[in-house]
Design a protein around this ligand. Sequence first.
Ligand code: TYM
Length: 329
Amino acid sequence: MPKRVLSGIQPSGQLTLGNYIGAIQNFVKLQETHECFFMVVDLHAVTVPQEPAALREQTEAVAALFIAAGIDPAKASVFAQSHVPAHAELGWLMTTLTYMGELERMTQFKDKAAGKESVGAGLFVYPALMAADILVYNADLVPVGDDQKQHLELTRDLAQRFNTRFGDYFTIPEPYIPKIGARIMSLDDAAKKMSKSNPNPASFIALLDPPDMIRKKISRATTDSGREVAFDPAGKPEISNLMSIYAHCAGVTLEEIAGRYEGQGYGAFKKDLAEHVVAALEPLQARYREIRSSGEIGDILKRGAERVSAIANQTLADVKERMGFLAPR
Ligand code: TYM
């Protein structure tokens, strides 16, 4: 039996090169060797306020980006989280197994709640729903960027806790994180993660940014002092970040990049980098436009949800039985 893979992306704004390198590229790779489930996590998106029309649009857009990036719906199941109600129900059951202290320690919650006057309870219990997403399929592997590692650790703890209390049932999932590019940083500040929620649009490259905008953003990206193109995340965080992006978009190693630009300085490096990013994203953007105009996404999501629902419903039924819920007649 091939191992099972599950991951999700929130439809809460434009996807960035960080999402692509940290997660989507691995989705595309893993579909060749694993049984893959990739979802648009709309139930997670509403943990912060969303405009209804924008949420609908973004949910379709993220699904279309999955396909445009190379996910083949014949190989992998692509679906919307809210189309499989078992996620929400197991999410509640997982919430009851989770301690407040565990949720209080989540750095993503602390970051998202920082400085806000009122914080929704959904944002707080979000990691329990994420655990349910993974455990409802008994997934073996979860391809994510570095920022999701802590949520994965909580998922593993909850699976173990359930198994201890109610008998061995859940697979303990492993994170699958890229070695290079697990945390793509902002173009204007390598101390911050590249994020679609950054108010400065020059800080991120959106997957649908037009080529000239990509060129402009890269030419203006902050660089470290000096002129040597060398990978040294502690000493040269800005250049190291750009090198990680280069390596992924051009399909070359960091050593090759360092060799290519020896003695040439940052100018030539950034110019080529921009062209590699454009070359990686242009075909994706063309496919994206085709898929959106074809109107296929609704059907792809429907088929995906149909395929995965039987597994999710079975898990939910097993979990409820183990926890002592009376079976309905
Ligand atoms: P989200 O929507 O914030 O991000 C989607 C994926 O992109 C990765 N990522 C990055 N990787 C490298 N560099 C970056 N700058 C960068 N920014 C984002 C994230 O690590 C993630 O893999 N909680 C999740 C969604 C989720 C999920 C799940 C994931 C819900 N349920 C179950 C896996 C399994 C999230 O908010 O991702």
